[in-house]
Ligand binder design. Structure first.
Ligand code: FES
Ligand SMILES: [Fe+2]
Length: 341
């Protein structure tokens, strides 16, 4: 079950151009393309004639042409050309979806189009602010999107899944705080007076002892930002003085595709050495490698879940953040269901 009346991130801005691209978002098949003025179009990915996917067609003069017999649609979904006939059957109309480009991503509104307010797109200021360098990628992942949320709200897994990059054993020992703050679930973990893990040694360029932080914030339906960084140990970072360290924000947008697959958009925004494009590329590659280790976990986890429909997952102390996130999501789903009833 998917939460409707929400904006979902479909793709990075660079990944949709003048050719039609099909995506499944919350079970709905949608075709996307850009017009010559770079504005976006999102239409139902199904020709009303013989139900051929329009994403297999082409775009001519900013209009979507079916690749089977040439029915042609304008951006509002109305058919504007039918081959071999002068009149157009008015029933040959397809649904148009609200679509917006913001924060380097393309967002589609799933639900009642009359409610689509771009102001409700989750605020990701780091992704559009020139004071920050931001890049990342997308993994098409064969798992329930909620498994990704669980994972990101419990970073103790880093010790085991990412042992060679960002993991360190102190993470599993450090106390953490999980709570609801307004409409968000927040997990904060400070690991004090520890050696920096390899990723931060490379970027901070020091092996001095650090105070390390990871502050994960979840908001409905599936946006998680993680404020991460290290500062020279004992210089007041936990109290708010980060001047002796470096920090970044990890962006995670997890868009459900089906009940057992999702689009996982990830990225890393930093406000240090922002002009160094080589560093941006190296961080992207490193993050992609680290996150691929998670994908491997999700896929195996999902296979086991499907093979054991009678088994329920257990939750322990370390799952407190994920439990809060799922509670917010379940509450939103219930509210949405009771409104629809
Ligand atoms: S199926 Fe699209 S025009 Fe025939
Ligand atoms: Fe991970």
């Amino acid at each position: 079950m998917f939460l409707k009346d929400q904006w979902y991130a479909v793709a990075w801005d660079r990944d949709i151009g003048g050719k039609p691209v099909g995506h499944t978002i919350c079970g709905e098949k949608i075709v996307f393309y850009r017009k010559r003025d770079r504005s976006l179009v999102a239409l139902e990915d199904c020709c009303p004639h013989r139900l051929f996917p329009l994403s297999q067609g082409s775009v001519h003069d900013d209009r979507l042409v079916c690749g089977y017999h040439g029915l042609t649609f304008a951006e509002g979904g109305q058919c504007v050309h039918m081959p071999s006939q002068d009149t157009i059957n008015p029933n040959a109309h397809i649904r148009a979806y609200p679509v917006v480009e913001r924060y380097r991503f393309i967002w589609v509104w799933i639900g009642d189009a009359a409610l689509a307010d771009p102001a409700r797109i989750p605020a990701l200021p780091w992704c559009a602010d020139p004071a920050w360098a931001f890049d990342g990628g997308t993994y098409h992942t064969a798992c329930d999107y909620r498994l990704v949320i669980d994972n990101l709200m419990d970073l103790t897994h880093e010790t085991y899944v990412h042992a060679t990059s960002i993991g360190q054993k102190e993470l599993t020992e450090a106390p953490f705080d999980a709570k609801l703050v307004g409409d968000r679930a927040v997990v904060s973990r400070w690991t004090l007076n520890v050696e920096p893990p390899p990723f931060w040694v490379h970027n901070w360029k020091s092996k001095e002892l650090v105070d390390r932080w990871q502050i994960c914030e979840y908001s409905v339906p599936s946006v998680i930002t993680i404020d991460v960084g290290v500062a020279r140990a004992g210089t007041g970072a936990p109290q708010g003085d980060r001047s002796q360290g470096i920090s970044a924000t990890v962006i995670n947008l997890i868009t459900p595709e089906t009940e057992t697959s999702c689009l996982y958009h990830w990225g890393f925004a930093r406000n240090f050495e922002t002009d160094d494009q080589g560093l941006t590329a190296r961080i992207r590659e490193a993050q992609g490698g680290v996150f691929m280790e998670d994908i491997d976990v999700f896929v195996h986890q999902q296979q086991n879940i499907l093979a054991r429909p009678d088994r329920k997952m257990m939750s322990f102390n370390i799952d407190a953040g994920g439990v809060l996130a799922r509670r917010l999501l379940d509450r939103a789903l219930q509210n949405s269901a009771s409104k629809a009833a």
